[in-house]
Design a protein around this ligand. Structure first.
Ligand code: OVM
Length: 412
């Protein structure tokens, strides 16, 4: 499967790096990408993805190198395969994700403040009550779909409430998010099918980003308050609400679903969390390392640069495989083992550098609270059949996971 580009006839342009011929976006690779990531890592620190004409980094060290040098490897050409400098994006670029410094600094500052641990503190109690009530209900009914009834239901309630959305119309959030994350990949069938089904969701999203549709005291209201204070414009406030709705649902939903799938598959690991719920947060971190939700995104070179001994031109896309870095055996011991006792603090699931995930604290909060609520009430997770994978060009997760939840014995 791997060939060295320099020796290949007909490989254009001569990339100077090992050539990878597989399609990382094929169903086959996506069904289980980890063996392919290993091939990519073994081929070299920087490889050429022949099918898409981009470079890729899959080792921990090379992923770090790219993400921590935002001046050479920029985001303003888009963080998907589409190069905004030469191609038209499917929607108006994000003013926080798809920009560089100095523009990025101002929007990021406001956004980060609203999602800081300090301002999240007041959400914890409501989030916990919601999780406990959900788990009590599901344990009583015994059988549920862990994806629909837990992983989707929870963020669609608590996160959407926190952003300030109306209760009506939230069914538009997931088709929209699916599109956002498919659009970071190639314009393949998955992208086209998703766009064709999108219907009125884009219109609903743009509508609820307006101030009048956002509840008082919400993140959305705070973004508009920052506009009143002159930190950003009112139009930018609406764009940052759109960012919350784009980045904040599918990601946390798939993370919670991946956690459920891991614990259904490894009962001993569930037993460890059930016996010591204090490790819930670290266990979520291990889920994020072992089965990262956000698999990959791109950076684009701003100038000619030598990376890992290869001369790259300006305006070259580089695929950054963070899920691969999180399985790199040169960084992790027993990289392919799911172990909740590990302390995987250096995992790259939320990226790193100036564009490191701004919502990571609320993402962890939601997942941790769900896990703790389950640990308090559920003795055994029993998977009723295999989880069904949801195929998306950028995020990895499940569309269905039938579970039987067996309640803990109540002690007097
Ligand atoms: C945005 C956006 C969308 C998806 C993901 C993301 C990981 C941001 O619209 O700004 O960050």
């Amino acid at each position: 499967m791997l060939q060295v580009g320099r020796d290949e006839v007909g490989v254009t342009p001569s990339p100077g790096a090992p050539v990878i011929t597989l399609d990382p976006y094929s169903d086959e690779v996506m069904s289980n990408p980890y063996p392919y990531y290993q091939e990519i890592r073994e081929a070299g620190p920087l490889v050429w993805m022949q099918k898409y004409g981009t470079y890729a980094v899959g080792r921990y060290a090379s992923v770090m190198r790219v993400l921590t040098d935002h001046e050479t490897f920029c985001s303003s050409a888009g963080v998907g395969l589409t190069n905004f400098h030469t191609e038209t994006p499917w929607r108006k670029p994000s003013i926080i994700l798809e920009v560089d410094r100095p523009e990025h600094t101002r929007t990021r500052k406001v956004f980060s403040r609203i999602l800081s641990p300090r301002s999240l503190g007041r959400l914890r109690e409501r989030f916990e009550q919601e999780a406990q009530a959900m788990v009590t209900r599901l344990v009583a009914q015994s059988v549920c779909d862990g994806v629909r009834d837990i992983a989707e239901a929870y963020p669609l309630k608590v996160f959407a409430d926190a952003v300030g959305l109306p209760a009506e119309g939230r069914e538009h959030l997931l088709p929209y998010g699916d599109m956002v994350f498919n659009a970071f990949g190639p314009q393949n069938d998955r992208f086209r099918d998703c766009l064709a089904r999108l219907g009125p969701s884009i219109r609903w999203i743009n509508e609820v980003c307006q101030r009048k549709n956002l509840s008082e005291g919400s993140f959305g209201a705070e973004l508009y308050a920052a506009a009143d204070a002159g930190e950003i414009t009112h139009e930018e406030a609406g764009m940052l609400v759109r960012t919350m709705l784009s980045a904040g649902l599918d990601t946390t939903i798939f993370t919670i679903g991946n956690a459920l799938a891991c614990f259904a598959r490894y009962p001993d690991q569930w037993a460890a969390v059930r016996h010591d719920p204090a490790i819930a947060r670290q266990a979520i971190e291990e889920v994020l390392r072992y089965d990262s939700t956000f698999h990959s995104f791109y950076r684009t070179t701003t100038q000619p640069v030598t990376l890992e001994g290869v001369d790259l031109d300006k305006n070259q896309k580089i695929l950054v495989l963070i899920a691969s870095a999180n399985r790199d055996a040169s960084h992790w011991t027993a990289a392919d083992t799911f172990d909740v006792h590990r302390k995987p603090a250096s995992n790259l699931a939320f990226g790193t550098g100036i564009h490191g995930c701004a919502g990571q604290m609320i993402a962890r909060l939601e997942a941790e609270i769900v896990l703790k609520a389950l640990a308090a009430q559920v003795e055994v997770f029993e998977a009723l059949g295999e989880p069904e994978l949801h195929f998306n060009n950028t995020v990895r997760g499940y569309s269905s996971l039938r579970l039987r939840l067996i309640a803990k014995e109540k002690r007097a």
